[in-house]
Design a protein. Structure first.
Length: 112
């Protein structure tokens, strides 16, 4: 299983301030989507949402179903949150065996 970071989502109460901050700090480029923005971060994609502050890292895997089974077998949890978009399939609501949240991403090139 690959498991490298492939996508990051940010929640911020004021997305305009978050864009200004991260653009200045890291040089990130933002592309408005109407209710947030896509973020270009030197090879890793991301999303920005108006919300309470949070960060979620998604890890690339070749098969979401297999990865979900392995999470449960290792004592973790997989919730119902999922989506599919131009970049592939996502499981949003995973937690490790200590309750730490993370997500999984199956890139489009590996989606069935």
């Amino acid at each position: 299983m690959v498991g490298k970071p492939s996508h990051i989502e940010l929640g911020a109460p004021d997305p305009a301030r978050a864009k200004a901050f991260f653009s200045s700090l890291f040089g990130w480029t933002f592309h408005d989507t109407g209710n947030g923005a896509w973020i270009d971060m030197s090879g890793v994609r991301g999303g920005l949402h108006r919300d309470e502050p949070w960060v979620q890292v998604f890890f690339s895997v070749p098969d979401l179903d297999d990865a979900a089974k392995r999470i449960v077998a290792l004592g973790g949890e997989v919730g119902e949150g999922s989506s599919e978009g131009p970049e592939g399939k996502y499981l949003h609501s995973c937690r490790d065996d200590q309750g730490v949240p993370f997500g999984l991403h199956q890139p489009r090139s590996q989606s069935a």
